[in-house]
Design a protein around this ligand. Structure first.
Ligand code: SF4
Length: 247
């Protein structure tokens, strides 16, 4: 059974220190339902193999790969499911995640939030944490910049918190798009509604935009210059709203 269910992954990155607590192995799953103009991993967007990008793995193969570094994980580290959007491959995750837990590996998930809650529900008990990205609170702006509106994403955020899952919300700070006072303020309102005290900010890097065009996505590059003041400005704004901010 487990040999028949395979996942399409772009990369397995060992010794990651930015994808959750401790030292982790991060698995980048291929396929994403969104099309953000600032995407840094455009090779992970299409849910099919492409020349030089993407390989199929079975549960046993991936488990063997992530277990290799188990001795370095320590008490905090483990495996982080990233992408792309890992929940698109939920049938695989439903087999893979319990096997990791059984092998003593803690598992965290990074998600854009655009998934069906019923697909994820049975996994939640096995996840140590969820990093959940909030991009734009305005529905139309979300659709304009990511190709989908945010209703499902916000509903899933509410549901995860209500279920008692450990969630860290994150905002990618895209100049003049997500880092505006209006959007940060609306995000702070939303976190207040969810009784969340923490937020993590991701700095903007224009690195993926040229790749989007090269890979044939009809998404115009934003062509924005990273603003060195944007991060401290957003930190101070969100702290003034009572949030504990990490970067
Ligand atoms: S959700 Fe993440 S992986 Fe998907 S398009 Fe947006 S930035 Fe890229």
């Amino acid at each position: 059974m487990t040999d028949q269910v395979r996942a399409l992954v772009v990369d397995v990155q060992r010794f990651s220190v930015h994808d959750g607590p401790g030292i982790r192995t991060t698995v980048f799953f291929k396929g994403c339902p969104l099309r953000c103009a600032w995407c840094q991993n455009p090779e992970s967007l299409r849910p099919e193999p492409e020349p030089n990008v993407g390989r199929w793995v079975t549960v046993d193969e991936l488990l063997e790969e992530v277990r290799r570094d188990g001795t370095f994980y320590g008490a905090d580290g483990g495996v982080t499911l990233s992408g792309g959007e890992p929940t698109l491959q939920h049938e695989f995750l439903r087999l893979f995640v319990p096997r990791c837990v059984k092998a003593g590996l803690s598992v965290g998930l990074q998600t854009c939030g655009a998934y069906s809650h019923s697909a994820l529900e049975s996994l939640l008990g096995d996840l140590g944490f969820v990093y959940f990205d909030l991009k734009l609170m305005d529905r139309a702006a979300h659709k304009q910049h990511t190709s989908a509106d945010n209703r499902t994403i916000l509903a899933n955020a509410r549901r995860l918190v209500a279920d008692g899952t450990t969630v860290l919300f994150r905002i990618p700070l895209i100049p003049s798009i997500t880092d505006t006072p209006d959007n940060l303020s609306a995000t702070a309102d939303f976190l207040e509604e969810l009784d969340q005290e923490r937020i993590h900010l991701l700095a903007y890097h224009p690195l993926g935009e040229a790749k989007l065009a090269r890979l044939g996505f009809p998404i115009a590059p934003l062509g924005l210059s990273p603003d060195p003041e944007a991060l401290p400005r957003a930190v101070s704004f969100l702290e003034s709203r009572g949030l504990t901010v990490s970067t």
